[in-house]
Design a protein around this ligand. Structure first.
Ligand SMILES: Nc1ncnc2c1ncn2[C@@H]1O[C@H](COP(=O)(O)OP(=O)(O)OP(=O)(O)O)[C@@H](O)[C@H]1O
Ligand SMILES: [Mg+2]
Length: 304
């Protein structure tokens, strides 16, 4: 966890002009200017995976329509195994819509239509014969607002493994639940209250419970749509730490309005604008030398 920038996750703050950010996007600044914001990249563990591994998810010419309105306008993107990729961009630019195409969550919206191709391990996920329930276990999703089921903490995590028949017996199930809660960094806080309602936990704990629930069905990819926006800075820091740990094992795509958060947790950042993917590059590059003027305007607070 980097301490060079604070954990405030406020839209207002991100979109105001941050003097540190303008510094390193201005052509008048020496390239080696070492602001605190830039310095984090040099010490950050996140630079670990910039040699790209296998492509985990690939989208080709993906368009999404709500009725007649085109919300995503032909996006090609490869997401690599075990990377954390952040999706950023102004409100309404299509980040959530695009994220939802990656596990067919848009299917649940009546007026929504998706064209183009999305593959997971080179398999077309829009194949009509595909089991969507299984797909959503493989490509799990964590939402902005923690949404535990109205069930006990144990049952929240046990639900998916039961549904998918992942446990042979009660002991198997208990082990899956414990391991998932441990990976989500919640076990110690809840181990003595597993039978109590999940909704009785704090917001940050509920979000970690939702992450445990996602992990419990052994996903390969985890999609997160602003997972910290309802959380305080301490809970946010915990989730961010967790994202870094989880990326050892999973591929993660995260939508965030916090550029500090994108910088802290992601290997690559994709900038969206009015339904287009404007650029995708290493997070360091996007925040220091973006290729596109629109990206620069956004990260320096001139647009958004
Ligand atoms: N269920 C829906 N029905 C109709 N239009 C929708 C629906 N969901 C999203 N849209 C429209 O699609 C566009 C993209 O919305 P989306 O929610 O993907 O943006 P976003 O980048 O996630 O925004 P935010 O940062 O505010 O969450 C917007 O114009 C939005 O109004
Ligand atoms: Mg959104």
């Amino acid at each position: 966890m980097m301490n060079t920038i604070d954990t405030t996750n406020s839209l207002e703050k991100d979109k105001s002009v941050n003097p540190q950010q303008t510094q390193f996007t201005s052509s008048e600044q020496p390239a080696q200017q070492n602001t605190a914001f830039v310095a984090q990249f040099e010490t950050s563990a996140h630079t670990k995976k910039l040699q790209h591994g296998d492509v985990k998810i690939s989208t080709q010419d993906v368009h999404v329509y709500y009725g007649e309105t085109e919300a995503i306008k032909g996006i090609d993107l490869d997401i690599y195994q075990n990377e954390v990729i952040a999706f950023i961009g102004p409100s309404g630019c299509g980040k959530s819509t695009f994220l939802r195409t990656l596990n067919r969550m848009n299917d649940t919206i009546d007026i929504c239509r998706v064209t183009g191709k999305v593959t997971l391990d080179q398999q077309d996920i829009y194949d009509p014969n595909l089991d969507v329930v299984l797909l959503r276990a493989q490509v799990g999703m964590v939402f902005q607002k923690p949404n535990p089921f109205p069930k006990s903490i144990f049952e929240n995590v046990a639900y998916g493994p039961k549904l998918h028949g992942l446990a042979r017996n009660k002991y198997d199930l208990e082990e899956i639940v414990e391991n998932s809660l441990r990976k989500a960094g919640l076990w110690d806080e809840v181990k003595d209250r597993l039978t109590q309602p999940g909704t009785g936990l704090s917001g940050g704990q509920q979000q970690r419970l939702c992450i445990a629930r996602t992990i419990a069905v052994s996903p390969e990819v985890i999609l997160m749509d602003e997972p910290c926006s309802a959380l305080d800075p301490i809970a946010t820091a915990k989730i961010e730490e967790l994202i870094s740990e989880l990326s050892e094992q999973y591929t993660i795509a995260i939508v965030t309005h916090s550029m500090q958060q994108a910088a802290r947790v992601s290997d690559r950042t994709a900038y969206f604008h009015l339904g287009d993917l404007i650029e995708v590059n290493s997070t360091e590059k996007v925040f220091t030398q973006p290729d596109h003027q629109l990206t620069e305007a956004y990260i320096t607070g001139r647009f958004g």
